[in-house]
Design a protein around this ligand. Sequence first.
Ligand code: ATP
Ligand code: MG
Length: 145
Amino acid sequence: MQRTLILLKPDAVQKSVMGDILARFERKGLKVVGLKMLQMDQALCDDHYSEHVTKGFYKFMSAFMMSGPIVAAAIEGHDAIKVVRTMCGATNPADALPGTIRGDYAKNIDNNIIHSSDSEESAAKEVARFFKENELFAYSRSLVD
Ligand code: ATP
Ligand code: MG
């Protein structure tokens, strides 16, 4: 069982597709174990995207990430890190296959709708960055299973 972090970027909130995207993960059988809306500030964005802060596109990208509210979700399931990355599709929506989240909803590489953790190491760090321990929930689905 793995946990991974997704961020529904400001364009997902603007397009009113938060529910549609979360529903895809739920339909897949993945479990939402943490969920919140927030607005990023520069420090949080720099921390989250530390591998990119020196890149030419970063200033523009961070301005976009701070431009409005985002939704953070911790998602749990078998191979959740890989499954969620696959469901998100390629970074550049022009390369993202139809049926993937970016393939279906994203406009371009600057507005690509969703972030997801790319490794076990980053997933652990990123879940902890956005959620305190008491904001993560272990629950069974025994009421419906
Ligand atoms: P994310 O981390 O947002 O989930 P990713 O893991 O698919 O995306 P990264 O390489 O981590 O891709 O890039 C982080 C973000 O930086 C991308 O989502 C994109 O918005 C932006 N980005 C990456 N490469 C470029 C580029 N060549 N030109 C412009 N923006 C880029
Ligand atoms: Mg990334």
